[in-house]
Design a protein around this ligand. Structure first.
Ligand SMILES: [Zn+2]
Ligand SMILES: [Zn+2]
Length: 251
């Protein structure tokens, strides 16, 4: 599996860190994990045609994680290149159907691609197959719409994405022995951050899950002046990567 970091930031403007967005590349599928507002720019910079995105999994409906859906769908409307034919599946918490209906109400047919079908899937806590991946879902507690996802490919490799979250025992369980745990790290150690993780708690979660590799992301400005990697490493002894936009991680 490959993981592209397309947005390691938040809602706060930052030239180097776009709002949350990642691309999971398997052998057969390309899956966006969240769709922050810079999704098209970062895909272009990564050399990936947006038409090759097969699915979008949203962790929750805060705009720094899903505002890119509008430009992503509208781009398919613009006549340039070979149109996509296969369906695009958008997965999110209960409420994703209403969100998509409301977006279509606001933007009309501009968000309805002509050459393929957009399928919307409301996910609950369950396990299902998505092509080459077995996908497991648990509810998060960051917001009403929060979900965390576990992707397991046919070779048994596992990636877990937390979305935004405070310390969560259910995400620790989901991430048990994950090859790659992509975990939010909103603030430096010692920060009280309701609904989010500080670097020390991110390290504690990765250690409790016995993850193999921890990738920290979703950095608010105070992280600029802190060594979040060292802070997480006080609790987690495995490999730690501080996400940067346009970083490619193979595992
Ligand atoms: Zn966020
Ligand atoms: Zn959020």
């Amino acid at each position: 599996m490959k993981l592209w970091i397309l947005g390691s930031g938040t809602a706060v403007p930052n030239m180097l860190r776009a709002p949350a967005c990642f691309l999971l590349e398997g052998r057969e599928k390309r899956i966006l994990l969240d769709a922050g507002s810079c999704v098209l720019l970062r895909l272009e910079q990564a050399g990936i045609d947006f038409r090759q995105v097969d699915a979008v999994y949203l962790s929750h409906f805060h705009p720094d994680h899903c505002a890119g859906l509008v430009p992503l769908l509208f781009a398919h409307y613009c006549p340039d290149g070979t149109p996509r034919r296969d369906p695009l599946v958008i997965t999110g918490s209960v409420g994703i159907s209403a969100l998509m209906d409301n977006l279509r109400r606001a933007f009309g047919d501009w968000l309805v691609p002509k050459s393929f079908k957009v399928e919307v899937r409301e996910a609950r806590e369950h396990v299902f197959a998505d092509g080459e991946f077995e996908v497991s879902v648990v509810f998060g507690s960051h917001s009403e719409s929060s979900l965390a996802y576990r992707f397991r490919d046919r070779a048994g490799k596992v990636l877990v994405y937390s979305g935004d979250t405070p310390y969560s025992a259910s995400i620790v369980n989901l991430a048990c022995e994950a090859d790659l745990l992509l975990l939010e790290c909103s603030f430096p150690a010692g920060t009280r951050a309701p609904g989010h993780l500080s670097a020390d708690d991110a390290g504690r979660m990765a250690a409790a899950a016995r993850a193999k590799k921890l990738v920290l992301t979703h950095f608010y400005p105070p992280c600029r002046d802190a060594d979040v990697k060292a802070q997480a490493a006080e609790h987690f002894k495995g490999e730690i990567v501080v996400a940067q936009d346009l970083m490619l991680i193979e595992f």
